[in-house]
Design a protein around this ligand. Structure first.
Ligand SMILES: NC(=O)c1ccc[n+]([C@@H]2O[C@H](COP(=O)([O-])OP(=O)(O)OC[C@H]3O[C@@H](n4cnc5c(N)ncnc54)[C@H](OP(=O)(O)O)[C@@H]3O)[C@@H](O)[C@H]2O)c1
Length: 411
């Protein structure tokens, strides 16, 4: 774990938000707007949502606003005309935004696209609020090594890892026996395979407890999200896969737990509201108020836990296998999953096909032992190409829908 010396928290703290228009980005901005005197915004970035980025920039007055799609430079420039906010576009400009001297950076871009900008912030020794789990999945060893060498601080924003961070005894890591990651189980927790074969993208993104972006919502429904989080926890806290347990906990109140050698188990609890872990990272090393719903355990009444079902949710096992294979296997897993999830959201493949595409791509893609950045990025491209060919092989919407109807009729 990259634990940098605790720094004084200068007021106002200078912050940049990579992925400001997304679910985590908007929550971060809402918290900052509640405490305007404590924060000054240096840079905001988005991929294509010019109206939201421009509106955020007009309110927060960053020095720089960046849009990832170069074709949208003119639209952003026009939308910010009459302000003194600098405008830039393209993937390199997002890296430039990460390199600016903000003390604190929120890494909230979705997917492997967040890797290079996050690494840039880490290499200049920033405090990084790490929401983007995919960059640890793709290049965890590299990112953790660079964080240690460059004096960067990685603060987990994912609610499970943030929970572990709050109860992990960094003064005696050898006393930690295992980590227990909780999972809501997603919207299809109680469905059988026949029902799952026919679910739609809109059902998959309707998470029962959390309000999140589309990709992570689908990942939660397949339990790939938990697989990615096992890999993330391995890199952040240094435990092997077999000492990182997963428990399905449908109430999403216990966000994760740390079990110690003396039999003690410490947990962090709260309402399922991302503003709590984001506020923890934004204020670190101090706690700041967050307007999240308050936990009332008497209303929750029951907390239940059960093991995940490996047959209905094979993605968790695929992620564990990739972690055990080591090297670039996790980067391949991640790229294949990103392609498969996008294909499912575009209604090109069925829900159960997501894990099939990932498994086939893992079997087809070459692996390398040493994941430096250029190898990871090359493998990411190759895995996407192979995953796309798997999707094309499965892309038979008429047959898929017909098969699902037949399965329903047979029930
Ligand atoms: N949402 C949550 O509650 C939650 C919880 C835990 C962890 N996380 C993790 O946090 C990250 C963000 O999740 P999210 O739910 O906030 O995602 P989201 O709502 O989809 O937002 C993604 C953000 O990234 C930008 N973006 C998308 N593609 C990009 C690209 N190729 N290059 C640069 N920027 C790009 C988007 O810009 P546009 O809006 O312009 O497309 C948007 O600002 C993910 O890694 C997720 O796993 C999220």
């Amino acid at each position: 774990m990259a634990v940098a010396p605790v720094r004084a928290n200068p007021t106002p703290r200078s912050v940049s938000i990579l992925g400001s228009t997304g679910s985590v980005g908007c929550n971060t901005i809402a918290l900052i707007e509640d405490r305007r005197a404590d924060y000054v915004v240096d840079a905001l970035t988005a991929q294509s949502n010019v109206p939201r980025l421009a509106e955020q920039a007009r309110r927060l007055r960053p020095r720089l606003a960046v849009i990832g799609d170069p074709a949208l430079y003119g639209a952003l420039k026009d939308a910010l005309a009459g302000t003194d906010i600098a405008v830039a576009a393209g993937p390199d400009a997002i890296i430039e935004a990460a390199l600016r001297p903000a003390e604190w950076v929120m890494a909230a871009i979705v997917g492997a696209a967040g890797l290079a900008p996050t690494l840039a912030a880490v290499r200049r020794g920033a405090i990084v609020g790490l929401a983007n789990k995919e960059c640890l999945v793709c290049a965890g060893e590299l990112l953790m090594r660079e964080a240690r060498e460059c004096g960067a601080m990685l603060l987990p924003v994912d609610s499970e890892h943030n929970a572990i961070f709050q109860v992990f005894d960094f003064t005696q890591p050898a006393a930690v026996e295992r980590l227990i990651l909780t999972a809501s189980g997603g919207p299809f927790r109680t469905m059988n395979m026949r029902q799952m074969a026919d679910v739609t993208p809109s059902q998959a993104v309707a998470h029962p407890n959390w309000d999140m972006g589309a990709k992570i919502s689908v990942d939660s429904a397949t339990l790939m999200n938990k697989g990615l989080e096992v890999i993330e926890a391995h890199h952040l806290f240094g435990l092997p896969s077999e000492r990182i347990e997963v428990l399905v906990h449908p109430q999403s109140v216990v966000h994760s737990l740390v079990a110690y050698v003396d039999g003690s188990v410490l947990a962090q609890l709260g309402a399922p509201d991302m503003r709590t872990p984001i506020a923890y990272a934004l204020g670190w090393p101090r706690r700041i108020p967050a307007p999240s719903a308050r936990l009332d355990l008497s209303r929750v009444a029951q907390l239940t836990f059960e093991p995940p079902d490996p047959d209905r949710f094979p993605s968790l096992g695929l992620a564990r296998s990739a972690l055990q294979a080591g090297g670039t296997a996790s980067a391949v897993l991640n790229a294949a999953n990103e392609v498969a999830v996008q294909s499912f959201l575009a209604d090109r493949i069925g829900f159960l096909d997501i894990a099939r595409v990932v498994a086939e791509t893992l079997a087809l893609c070459p692996r390398f032992a040493v994941p430096d950045l250029s190898t990871v990025l090359a493998l990411d491209r190759e895995a996407r190409r192979l995953a796309e060919s798997c999707v094309l092989g499965l892309h038979r919407p008429q047959r898929r829908r017909g098969a699902a109807r037949a399965a329903r009729a047979a029930q």
